[in-house]
Ligand binder design. Structure first.
Ligand SMILES: [Zn+2]
Length: 97
């Protein structure tokens, strides 16, 4: 086995592309024939980062919805408390006023 053989995913079809020498700057995808540059090995990482970003955005969106629901519930409770206080004041005025 030659240790210098490297493989990466084709950015265009996801197939394996093999680099048989260290100095080889590009190779052709055996699946779709796309010329793949070694620098493109960052492609997978970029995709992962994008995916992670999307997941994070999704989590933030879910968190936002959760917080909104909590906020709405809190507002409802506040309104009930407020209505109760107003009712108590009215009753107090009716009784003592
Ligand atoms: Zn390909």
């Amino acid at each position: 086995m030659n240790n210098t053989i490297q493989e990466m995913k084709c950015p265009s079809c996801g197939g394996q592309v093999y680099f048989d020498t260290e100095g080889q700057e590009y190779a052709f995808c055996s699946h779709c024939g796309t010329q793949v540059f070694k620098e493109d090995t960052h492609f997978d990482k970029r995709v992962e980062l994008e995916k992670h970003k999307l997941d994070t955005n999704k989590e933030i969106a879910i968190e936002q919805v959760k917080q909104d629901t909590v906020k709405k519930n809190t507002e409802n409770v506040l309104w009930i408390v407020f209505a109760a206080i107003v009712a108590i004041i009215f009753i107090a005025f009716a009784v003592f006023g």
